[in-house]
Design a protein around this ligand. Structure first.
Ligand code: ADP
Ligand code: MG
Ligand code: ZN
Length: 662
């Protein structure tokens, strides 16, 4: 009896373990299915675009755009006249006419257009050409003030209502909303006004009934969706507008919206049927580059100064920093080295902020060193470079910030310095945000030349994929670092490294300790391995940067994960074993990481527009590279275990090359 029981138990255990293995495989296959489905969508889009251009036939959105790109509507003459006489603009930019026609026809429309593309005109001009007034919802007072200033110059009657409006002003606006003889064309309000002021809603209702509310414009419409990069809770309540005022046409505008965000926003705004126009996100004149952040602050500043003094001599630019403190320190360092730099961040006095902005606009300051606070409303056309001292917290942010370069359509550079430590500085900052971490990881993936659906060379393709736009790297015209490289990408098998890290983390956990990414890297490098007692982990003979990149890669791939701990003063990110680590129980499971391999010499990575002042740096790297190679040869001959693992040796060779990519 007892033996039968134990046999059964054994059998059960074996079935259990097989089940576990099957479950892992299922999970893996499901993930693969997701990847393939995404890939399929993009490919289908590409094919459609391709066949549309080939056959010359244009369907759906394109045909929609085509049928609205006309000037024989009843309002067309007036619109054209007002564009030139009132707005003093000679012609429309792409998709402006189409959007204006749809909203003039009383239909709902969404316009996705990169920052600086000219979205405001698409509701300002119709407002002037229509009876009644247009209600504009805008997330920031400063944005409204910018627009009001411009409208005042153009002698268009517009105003804003916010919490600090005086009683008299509010009274005047309320009266104008109802008066049939009013000249007031645009009323700007924050979403809070709609959400919180019953008084204002009741006036709107009266105005609507009197046929005076002709149009509703929701600017920065991505704020509705928590998938957008700056979700505003009050935007969620704006659905009331379309429900209460179904006959007022709605126009939603945004610079950055994936199709996901857009659908979400339409749902939240209760828009039943609408036409969506999407301008391309491609900025052909921008050169994109990602650099490894130098390890010391001193080297880093020298790198930046070299750029500013040579490549960008006398040219205007912005340096985006992670924190106010960073911005202040970088400004000081630059000033010490003779560069005309000014700081800009949210914690400065308004007058100091506008002083910096003014001096920079007048080219009296060459570089603004800023936090993300330096953003909306910045419209300097000849910004020749935007340097990211740290990566942005999301691709949307990066696109907007880097997009401030080259508004004049002349060539400009967007250089991002990628630092391992920045990942965790930012992740602890966004930990409270709903999808903050996923967005950050998308940003890190971009730095690693990966996107959700592919590993890829061209930065433009990565950006396009992020915004769900189908794009071909051939259209990059060598305007990104990866397209300029002569090396190729190859797979490096990091499975063994992952297993080692898991061993270390298991031991750490066993000892009831926690490791920050820094400590984990140190331990892996051999500092404290013996103390930990993980004897069979040998410190890899790889440069620190490569180890860091492997750890980051494994976090992105969820073999490792971040684990946050809150103290009264700070949030700390620790590294733990991630959900996919279980997959390694599967013998055949392999984790690959893309690395750049060198062909013959260090490739010339440079912006095509500019001569190459980097040759010196390259020389220096060549020397470092040789030194490292020699050192490696020595360690290899000294270390028989390394020599035996020929596969590892090749990988090491590859990854060594990776860090000299700059
Ligand atoms: P967005 O809201 O898309 O970021 P804005 O509406 O603020 O962009 O416009 C950016 C700049 O482009 C403004 O200075 C505006 O005057 C200018 N602009 C808009 N439309 C045109 C046009 N058709 N021709 C020339 N300039 C334009
Ligand atoms: Mg705008
Ligand atoms: Zn490219």
């Amino acid at each position: 009896m007892a033996t039968t029981l134990s046999v059964l138990q054994e059998e059960l255990a074996s079935v259990d373990s097989e089940l576990q293995a099957v479950e892992l495989q299922v999970q893996e296959l499901l993930e693969r299915q997701q990847e393939l489905l995404k890939k399929k969508t993009v490919l289908a889009k590409k094919i459609k675009q391709f066949s549309d251009t080939e056959s010359g036939s244009s369907k759906n959105t394109e045909s929609a755009a085509e049928s609205w790109n006309k000037e024989d509507f009843p309002w067309s003459t007036k619109v054209r006249d007002m564009l030139q006489s009132n707005f003093k603009l000679p012609r429309f930019r792409p998709l402006q006419l189409e959007t204006i026609n749809v909203t003039m026809a009383g239909k709902d429309v969404f316009l996705v257009m990169p920052t600086g593309g000219g979205k405001s005109l698409c509701y300002q001009l119709p407002a002037v050409c229509s009876g009644g007034f247009t209600l504009v919802i805008c997330p920031l007072i400063s944005l409204m003030e910018d627009q009001l200033m411009m409208l005042e110059q153009l002698e268009v009657s517009a105003t804003l209502l916010n919490a600090s409006s005086s009683k008299e002003h509010v009274k005047w606006v309320h009266a104008e909303m109802l008066s049939h003889s009013s000249q007031l064309k645009l009323i700007y309000v924050t979403p809070e006004k709609i959400a919180k002021s019953k008084m204002f809603m009741s006036k709107l209702e009266k105005a609507y009934q009197a046929g005076r509310l002709s149009r509703i414009a929701v600017d920065e419409v991505h704020c509705c969706s928590q998938w957008g990069h700056d979700f505003r809770p009050d935007y969620k309540l704006l659905g009331i507008l379309k429900r209460q005022f179904p006959n007022a046409s709605l126009i939603g505008l945004t610079a950055t919206a994936t199709s996901h965000v857009l659908c979400d926003a339409q749902k939240i705004l209760c828009v039943q049927k609408c036409i969506t126009f999407t301008a391309s996100f491609n900025r052909p004149n921008l050169y994109y580059e990602v650099r490894e952040k130098p390890s010391t602050a001193q080297d880093f500043i020298e790198d930046i100064v070299k750029l500013i003094n040579r490549r960008y001599k006398g040219l205007s630019g912005i340096i985006y920093c992670f924190s106010q403190k960073d911005a202040e320190q970088v400004t000081m360092s630059l000033q010490k080295l003779g560069i005309k730099a000014g700081t800009y961040h949210a914690n400065m006095e308004p007058k100091d902020k506008s002083k910096v902005h003014k001096h920079w606009s007048a080219n009296e300051i060459q570089v603004v060193v800023a936090t993300v606070a330096f953003g909306m409303g910045i419209d300097k056309p000849d910004v020749r470079f935007v340097i990211h001292h740290s990566m942005s917290k999301s691709m949307e942010n990066y696109y907007q910030e880097s997009g401030r370069a080259g508004r004049d359509d002349q060539k400009a550079d967007c250089i991002l310095y990628y630092g391992f430590g920045d990942i965790f500085r930012i992740s602890t900052m966004v930990v409270m945000e709903n999808v903050g971490q996923q967005k950050l990881y998308d940003m890190v993936s971009y730095c690693h030349s990966m996107s959700r659906i592919c590993v890829c060379r061209c930065r433009r393709v990565l950006i396009a994929h992020h915004f769900d736009e189908a794009w071909d790297s051939a259209n990059c015209n060598k305007m990104c670092d990866n397209c300029c490289r002569e090396e190729s990408f190859e797979n490096m098998n990091v499975t063994g490294h992952c297993q080692d890290l898991i061993k270390i983390l298991k031991q750490v956990d066993h000892m009831k300790e926690k490791f920050t990414p820094l400590k984990l890297t140190d331990a892996w490098l051999g500092k404290g391995l013996s103390k930990l007692g993980v004897r069979d982990v040998v410190a890899p003979k790889l440069p620190r940067e490569v180890l860091e990149r492997i750890i980051a890669h494994l976090i992105l791939q969820q073999y490792l994960k971040e684990d946050f701990s809150f103290t009264a003063f700070a949030t700390i990110s620790y590294v733990k074993i991630g959900p996919r680590a279980d997959l390694l129980k599967n013998k055949g499971h392999v984790i690959n990481m893309q690395v750049i391999t060198r062909k013959n010499s260090i490739a010339k990575v440079r912006s095509p527009q500019l001569s190459s002042p980097e040759s010196l740096i390259r020389k220096k790297m060549e020397v470092t590279c040789k030194k490292q190679q020699n050192e490696r040869k020595r360690t290899h001959s000294k270390n028989p275990t390394q020599a035996k693992k020929s596969k590892t040796a090749i990988n090491e060779e590859e990854s060594e090359l990776m860090i000299i990519e700059d």
